[in-house]
Ligand binder design. Sequence first.
Ligand code: NAD
Length: 352
Amino acid sequence: MSQSFVYQSQPARVIFGRGTLAQLPAEAERLGLRRLLVLSTREQAELGAQVQQLLGARAVGTFAGATMHTPVEITERALSNVKELDIDGVVSVGGGSTTGLGKAIALRTDLPQIVLPTTYAGSEMTPILGETQAGIKTTQRSFKVLPEVVVYDVDLTLSLPTQMSALSAFNAIAHAVEALYAPDANPIVSLMAEEGVRAIVDALPRILKEPGNPAARADVLYGAWLCACCLGAVTMGLHHKLCHTLGGVFDLPHAQTHAIVLPYALAYNEPEVPEAMMHLGRAMKTEDPVLALLQLERECGIPLALRDIGMPHDGIPRAVEQAMANPYGNPRPIEEGALGELLQRAWAGEGG
Ligand code: NAD
């Protein structure tokens, strides 16, 4: 344990369980909200409509236009609905894309947000917002975007396809991994990180066998919540910066990129982070967390190489250049040659 540290807690109200969606009207009442806009993606429009129905007269509209990377044009379209309908709060039901739209609205209006997460990406517990405009993704931190209430309903995750569940779970694990070696790491966040990884790694294989198993779904969602708290609490390093760069430059899918890069980023940092490796080893019941991550990924049948998700081989030097452009904290210094090798291995899926 570090001898000295700073821990700052974030305001959060979290409701967790099965069937907790039913508590949404009471939560809206608690916040005094009477003119809610329900946000979703197009694919989850039906769920958005169900939520609107549940809220009755309190929900005055739906906006089923959320998409990946929170494009500012979409936010502007949603904002015109906010204005026309005189909205006093938003309900985001979906994954990180929908939560991102709710946050982008909150940033510009200060409206309260209630979030019902349906993936394990974790945006709901962070004061972070990434937005894209004219193809450029920028990320900012602001307490204005931290949701007021998060309602985790295990039942809403039952429909998440197995492969997407696995990818999203690795996205969550990545938050915990980098929290364990963050420059501002602290014992409380490390507890959450270890327990989050433990819960996910233990239950994910059960979801693969039985996607509708509510106990396994509850364990992974619980783990994902803890990992999300880690993401919101401390500074991320090489892994998150690299995924951000790859997503932005090559338009690679978010969760897939995280899942593929994670073992390679961890292997890069491994020599410098013995304490983090100890936590991960305990959480995963292994002496080799990098290998254990790769094995679990193989078991999940998810893509294991950046080339399989559309990254061009001749893009590696560009990715290295971009990742080196803005210096950031990482336990092992970012060296151009070593970063190129990391990306070459992740591109080919050669193992950590
Ligand atoms: P997503 O929200 O884009 O969802 C992917 C697809 O799966 C969508 O079509 C969605 O409607 C569908 N889906 C979601 N849940 C489902 C369910 N239970 N059943 C069936 N279909 C379902 O994916 P994501 O990985 O959750 O989010 C990715 C986005 O979130 C990225 O833009 C990323 O940058 C952002 N993100 C932000 C933060 C943050 O702290 N700001 C953290 C993590 C992710």
